[in-house]
Design a protein around this ligand. Sequence first.
Ligand SMILES: NC(=O)c1ccc[n+]([C@@H]2O[C@H](COP(=O)([O-])OP(=O)(O)OC[C@H]3O[C@@H](n4cnc5c(N)ncnc54)[C@H](O)[C@@H]3O)[C@@H](O)[C@H]2O)c1
Length: 305
Amino acid sequence: MKLSIIGGAGTLGAAVAFRLCQNKQVNELCLIDVNEPLLMNHIMDLQNAYPEKTIYKGSYEDLTGSSIVIITAGVPNRNDVKSRTEFLEGNIMLFNEFGKYIKKYSESAFIITASNPVDVLNYYLYREFGFKKSQLLGYTVNDSRRLEHSIRKVMSISEEKDVFSPVIGEHGNTQVPLFSLTQVNGKPFSIDADKQIAIREEITNWFIDFNRLNINRTTGWATASGIGKIIDGITNEEKIETVGSAILEGEYGINDISIGVPVSISLNGIESIQDWKLSNEELKHFRQSAETIRHLIEPYILKEV
Ligand SMILES: NC(=O)c1ccc[n+]([C@@H]2O[C@H](COP(=O)([O-])OP(=O)(O)OC[C@H]3O[C@@H](n4cnc5c(N)ncnc54)[C@H](O)[C@@H]3O)[C@@H](O)[C@H]2O)c1
């Protein structure tokens, strides 16, 4: 199976490439990046590590035949931003090019976007290039992983226990942690209001500490691990359940934006959007989060077509 990564030389793209080399179903990996020396550095290194795989520097024509195209390319990352939306203007220009060439050379591929702001860029591919909404998934799982990590810390839950606590909404400042659905070892786990505040503070502090390091690096390992798990699941011909940014058509009372929701996906893309029962408060915050995305989308994309 052939997969392609646009942005393959970056922190995230190279980590995803390394992670995908460990997937037995993936035998061909096409990596595209404007930073050709760095891209070749990664490719020559990966070829030695995984001689059984076909790994090469691609141009857009080489997207042909990809089952999945993963987009991790972006303008240079900075730790001094207040929101991921500060990357929007630069990245939308890049996506204008990526959308055009994916449409031309790999029209039916499942496209997984990680570049930020992921909700807006995922929607942009839909609106501007007419990909099917089922083909487009924005990667947002890290928000849930960070929530689960913080719950573990604040509630003193040991490593061998399994913590599940999903986050939906914007992959950004208005994201919605679903405390009402938190489970530990598969059983509902109640967290009182004071502890919820402490958990939110823990997440905020994580970002403060991470950005204070000021090395302009994103979360390559966590993200590559999350994308890798999704791709392991769907390349094994399974339907898997996850959260991700998807284009809504009435689900949760919301229309025509891309936002983090529970999805069921396969190699064909998004099979369905799940209808989770949220508390009234969570639903209210989710709808507010949707409005934030709508405001971001409006100046860039919403125009008569
Ligand atoms: N969704 C998530 O959870 C998540 C997590 C981490 C990072 N990200 C996002 O992923 C993106 C990449 O992050 P990173 O840390 O790897 O950044 P990076 O700067 O290390 O890598 C970006 C890569 O994109 C390449 N690039 C730029 N313009 C290009 C073009 N026109 N064609 C091909 N390649 C091009 C660059 O050369 C670079 O190698 C950012 O937008 C970041 O915010 C998202």
